[in-house]
Write a protein that binds this ligand. Sequence first.
Ligand SMILES: C[S@@+](CC[C@H](N)C(=O)[O-])C[C@H]1O[C@@H](n2cnc3c(N)ncnc32)[C@H](O)[C@@H]1O
Length: 275
Amino acid sequence: MKEIQCCAVSCEKPLDAAYWEAQYKAKTTGWDLGKVSPPIQTYVDTISNKNSSILIPGCGNSYEAEYLLEHGFTNITVIDIAPTPVAVLKEKFKNNPNIKIILGDFFEHQGKYDLIIEQTFFCALPPTMRQKYVWKMHQLLADEGKLAGLLFNRTFEVSPPFGGSKEEYEMLFAIAFDFLKMDLCPNSIAPRANSELFFELKKNNQVDVNLYEFSGITSSDCIESVTKKFAAIDGILNVSISSNFAEVLIVSKNEIAIEALQNAISHDKKFKIKK
Ligand SMILES: C[S@@+](CC[C@H](N)C(=O)[O-])C[C@H]1O[C@@H](n2cnc3c(N)ncnc32)[C@H](O)[C@@H]1O
């Protein structure tokens, strides 16, 4: 599994633009396949609307975007926080009006897409950001939009990449998305065989998905009680707390007033929630 490691030690430093840029500069880009990911290629071949608006976040060298362009897609956006791959893509596609190449932070990006393609972006983010990822994906998708691609179904000793499991993803994306597919991928590249899930999720546009800052949880013991208190509020359909206890993702029938959320946890004065 060495091929997907991007640094020799577990990363305690922030996984920010400087970190990723340093990997590109040092060419420690073991995740880079040098060609379109076969499962993504298979999936793209099933899409008939060539004018679908498609986003690829954390695109890197984005052979997936190249494949889309070669197959007639006309509305592609790619974004990466590291200048080096963005400069390469800008040069490569400088005369192509069908692709927009953005240097920037996915979490600051605004837009609406029919499809967002996941290819080793989720696993590159600190696990503390997983709730934010779900919230942002929901925000960026059009009403009938889909999020599709690959997620690891294993853990790693050295990270990034950060692994996960089908059970974890089912809880994380629950209700905010309808699960069209999340199965062991049959055509992963050899080093990733049997360790990737191919998934296709459709935005649930009947619900509100909100992300809140949270403080006061000091141990995992409190998570269950806080989750239960929120889940008991009428209209709340799913609650997910980030692994550093700093963010709460709430999926609800309608937006819940912040006062109602704060009241639900008022039994402990330490607990504070804000949008
Ligand atoms: C493991 S690499 C994967 C690159 C590409 N998807 C591939 O499969 O070759 C993760 C990529 O995400 C980018 N990235 C990390 N955090 C980001 C953020 N917040 N916004 C945009 N890109 C980000 C990194 O610069 C890096 O190119």
